[in-house]
Design a protein around this ligand. Sequence first.
Ligand SMILES: C[S@@+](CC[C@H](N)C(=O)[O-])C[C@H]1O[C@@H](n2cnc3c(N)ncnc32)[C@H](O)[C@@H]1O
Length: 229
Amino acid sequence: MDLKPNPNGPDGAHPSDARIARHFDAKVAEPLAKCEDPSLVPASQRLRDALLSLDAVGRTVLELGCGRGGLLLLLVRAGVARATGVDLSPASIDVARSRFEQAQLAQRAHFSVGDAARVPLEPHDWVILDRVLCCYPDVEGLLANTLPAAKHIYAFAVPTSRGWRGVVARLEDWLDNAWNTLRGQPCPGYVHDLDLIEDRLVMAGFRLRHRDRQRLWHIAVYERVAQVP
Ligand SMILES: C[S@@+](CC[C@H](N)C(=O)[O-])C[C@H]1O[C@@H](n2cnc3c(N)ncnc32)[C@H](O)[C@@H]1O
């Protein structure tokens, strides 16, 4: 995929970008992250299962906030033809690239560092945001830039904002951020309004195909039913 330079230039970056990059670069550098098998957390496993129940063979997939590329690697092994990963964290992108090289699948993947709410994105069959909308304050900007890139499927995992689970998710975010701030790595999480996210999906021509829940996580797969100009 050709990622053209950000028309806003580096100075146009969202104020959160550097903080998110620092936080996730530091996570990748943690000793545990280096030796641990970067397998998927339970919410990501649910998302993976939902995606693997679709026909992956020959698809093109764009994952925004791909982290260390674990989900993309699984999808390419399942038959995805071309995988594109974008993340704000250069260290995560380095790990993703080297995992694909080690698996001898580098020719089927392209990774780049960038803000998914701002970089120009080429259309792909599937677009995935796995636990990413909740890192980014401008959820509307992130949706507006990424929804048009999905030709068929838009899949995501976010903390639910509804009911008592929404209250607990907000409390967990608050505690996480307090802990990260104490460690000198502030990186607030966001429990964005699910009604707003669903509304933007419908306005962009998508309908719900599959929904799941894992603890406080809401997992959803939408399919495009209309092309919105
Ligand atoms: C919680 S991690 C999830 C990583 C991966 N999706 C997974 O589930 O293992 C969130 C990732 O999203 C990235 N991220 C957050 N906001 C982003 C944005 N606007 N553009 C690109 N990447 C972003 C972070 O750098 C981080 O790697």
